[in-house]
Design a protein around this ligand. Structure first.
Ligand code: NAD
Ligand code: ZN
Length: 350
């Protein structure tokens, strides 16, 4: 359960969609329209499976572009057009079916359609353990990612673990980096457990589920303390100052968000003088995180992107660092020191 301004439950496991006809039967049956907003790729693989659980309801489906492409003004407007032409009202319910991108745009649509209608998150990626909890919604502006959005909590999150089996390897890597981030900012023994995984692709459902539950608990606890990001919620940005810069430099699609976060965490660990940096680099190599991308881009090239980071103010760079595992803090770092650390990290990569 997430105790936000608007509390809700996160259900994770097998067959959680059966809750549509149990815990959430009232919510679904009292909606005058139910609209599924589905990622195109996810719809291809899993829409029939989802609709199998919704047979007793009159459900309309809108398919949106797969992945990050969907976080656009065009898709946002297409969703509103669909809702209006299907006769939706303030009593309608939206189901967001896909990864973080779908959740972000569908959540934004839910928060703005007729000033807000209820929605349920049905996440289908590992990364979405992060994005589906916390109520941040957004689309991208051409001048910056996630620049247009709201804080808007869902009615529930139903996370069917079985759907993760079709995730491509780079998306598994992407999601597990955010899991590792949650461990770094919270719990050393859990972190060590994660760093023992030699091949992310071979994790069993039960193992994935246990890690996702822990990650969600960390995220939920932080969001409960600071729903609107005035304090501790910033710690969730561990690894993200450089990650956003790398995503900006390489362009979305050439590196996944979580892969960029893994590289960003390596940098933040180095800036923190953290004892686990070497172990983390070994883990990244074993699991094929694209560490070599750090050597493909110079500090000068990424500096302007890091300066644009929401946390950074005039002239100085702002990072979330770790005093030790589980103890994050915000630090302002001079450009010179940041550059030296970047070069050192690149040389450690050989
Ligand atoms: P995504 O939604 O872009 O999905 C990644 C790819 O995987 C897409 O091509 C999608 O079609 C495919 N896919 C999704 N589920 C699948 C499945 N089960 N089987 C096969 N393919 C599948 O990526 P993501 O990593 O889930 O989310 C990234 C987005 O989340 C970013 O836009 C980021 O800004 C956002 N995000 C938001 C928050 C938040 O708090 N709101 C937090 C973290 C990230
Ligand atoms: Zn992230």
């Amino acid at each position: 359960r997430v105790e936000a301004d608007h509390p809700y439950n996160v259900h994770i496991g097998h067959q959680v969609f059966s809750l549509f006809t149990k815990d959430y039967h009232g919510l679904l049956s009292s909606a005058d329209r139910i609209v599924v907003v589905a990622d195109a790729q996810v719809a291809k693989l899993h829409l029939e499976y989802l609709l199998g659980y919704l047979r007793e309801f009159d459900v309309r489906v809108l398919t949106i572009p797969a992945g990050e492409q969907a976080k656009s003004v065009e898709t946002f407007m297409d969703c509103h057009t669909f809702l209006l032409s299907e006769g939706c009202s303030r009593k309608s319910l939206l189901l967001a079916f896909g990864g973080g991108a779908t959740g972000d745009v569908a959540g934004f649509v839910a928060s703005t359609f007729m000033r807000g209608i209820p929605y349920i998150q049905l996440p289908t990626t590992i990364l979405a353990h992060d994005s589906a909890v916390g109520g941040k919604t957004a689309i991208n502006h051409k001048l910056g990612k996630n620049m247009i959005g709201t804080f808007y909590q869902p009615e529930a999150v139903l996370y069917d673990i079985q759907l993760l089996r079709t995730l491509p390897a780079d998306e598994v890597r992407s999601g597990m980096a955010e899991v590792v981030k949650h461990a770094f900012i919270s719990n050393e023994s859990w972190l060590l457990e994660l760093l023992e995984i030699d091949e992310l692709g071979t994790m069993a459902d039960g193992e994935i589920m246990a890690h996702l539950e822990k990650g969600i608990a960390v995220k939920a606890a932080i969001v409960e303390e600071d729903e609107f990001e005035s304090g501790v919620r910033k710690y969730l940005n561990f690894g993200h100052t450089l990650a956003h810069a790398l995503e900006g430099h390489f362009g979305y699609g050439r590196i996944t968000h979580g892969e960029a976060v893994a590289l960003g965490m390596a940098y933040a660990l180095h800036l923190s003088n953290h004892a686990r940096l070497n172990e983390f680099l070994v883990w990244c190599r074993k699991n094929s995180y694209p560490l070599e991308k750090l050597q493909e881009v110079s500090f000068e090239e990424i500096l302007p992107f890091m300066k644009k980071d929401k946390k950074s103010s005039e002239g100085a760079l702002s990072f979330v660092l770790l005093e030790k595992t589980g103890t994050p803090f915000l630090e302002t770092i001079e450009e010179k020191r940041a550059e030296a650390a970047y070069l050192e990290l690149c040389s450690m990569l050989g």
